[in-house]
Design a protein around this ligand. Sequence first.
Ligand code: N01
Length: 538
Amino acid sequence: MEKFDVIVIGAGFAGLRALHTLRGLGKRVLVLEANPDVGGVWYKNGYPGARCDVESFDYSYRFSPELEQEWRWTERYATQPEILRYMRHVVERFDLRRHIRFDTRMTRAAYSEMQASWHVEGSAGEQWQSQFLLLCVGQLSTTKQPQFPGQEKFEGEILHSGDWPQRKVEYSGKRVGIIGTGSSGMQMTPVIAAHAAHLTVFQRTANYSVPAANAPVTDEEDSRVKADYRTRRRQAADSPSGLGFVPNRKSALEVTPEEREATYEAAWNRLGFGFALAYYDLLLSKPANDTAAEFIRRKIAAAVHDPVLREKLTPRDFPYGARRPSVDSGYFQAFNRVNVELADVRESPIVEFTAHGIRTTQKHHDLDMVIFATGFDAFTGSLLKPDIIGRDGVSLREKWSAGPVTQLGVAVAGFPNLFIVVGPGSPSLLSNVLVSTEEQLDWLATLVDHMAKHDLGEFEATPESERAWVQHVNERAQETLYLSTPSYYNGNEIPGKPQVFMPYSGGVRGYRRILERCAADGYAGFIFRSSLSAATPV
Ligand code: N01
């Protein structure tokens, strides 16, 4: 059996950064990747219009100033192909590819207390052993695939935004249906509308969205950012969400209506996802939130000509940002086109798929292609897919049967030397996930180094620290509006999933300070065993 110091699962942004950093510490690292190439979700989400809704300068690695200077982003919000080019460049630039085994899915990992190491199995029966196991499997990588009656009868093509084929998909001149109006559905709607013969958008929940205000990156802007990149990185790391600008410290309720309007207008025209930071309390206070939600509703009203359609497209029954809002490029305007139709499936649910389309309780929609933009089994889907067996034969699935529990969002009691990157209990999807990824991996590198220096073979979260962290995560969530509506933040996207709040809402900066304090206190909440005793049964 091949032996490594670290096995990393996933070659997306997190896995590549983990590989680079841990190899830099002299560790023997193996990365297992189920896809045939690097990229993770960026490899799989090649749907039309896919792009990042965090600015390219901030949605990029901070670990190498040389890389920062060399890479030239072409757009403020990079498209999926550009992000993949960047990731492939990083792989070649830092010579990472030779450590990655592609087309290899981990199916099982079991911790051996005798050997103080993980025994990892691949789908083709391969076996490896390593001291550490890092799960860099993504929070949105297991697709949610609804099953509608009659789906097998449909003679056209059925695709999923999160599992987009690598071949060219031809939708020009076709009658296309998109099911789902989250970020993916909203991003692809205007792009497909411009080429399809007819587009039907099947909407269950109207969603808030703010314009991306995307634009090419000028040479002047590129030079300006690169001249002082460290300040920008510091600002991102010190902000609540990891975005590269300082949020407003005022309450939406302490300013005049005129000032608020001007602030929202400026944020609307520039900030995209950062609109939520126009005032510090938009996600903390319903009355504050109402002012932002009302502003966005007025913008939707101005964008959509037809009054009936306008009303259907307007979100009313949940606060702005309590479900993940979108950042779009012409989503609402697309409904002014004669070839675009909205099917409100809350009002007229889907009854069945037929050979030639979808029948709702209202009518039959003739379709050549159906795209599921129905999202993911978020946060835990990919973590719970393989069998991960910790101490005493307890599986992660059993341990998390009532919802995920972690110490600091990175470790699980009973699962020694297992590290989860941007998983439940961490800022994860409530933040610029790349900032959170690098924060956690920098912290892990220090932990691994600490263990090597002190000849420690095993780290493990204590059950008490885990309980305290879960309580803290829940207390912080109670302060917010996130609990006020069903969403994938709360485990509501998959029937039967435990309904608990998944990410940590205390912000990127606060979270980093907690990690730093933990390390400064000798990794409080963790226990260590020496290399010798870790490998010896007690
Ligand atoms: O998925 P979603 P997504 N019948 O879960 C609907 C990230 N992302 O792929 O809300 C009918 O948000 C569902 O309706 P409802 C980002 O974090 C980032 O769009 O459950 N409809 C909803 O409208 C984002 O939040 C970028 O009532 C059904 C939609 O499908 C996350 O990925 C780009 C249904 C699912 O929305 C997920 O976004 C894209 C059914 N049976 C995505 N089941 C960036 O820019 C589900 N729906 C970085």
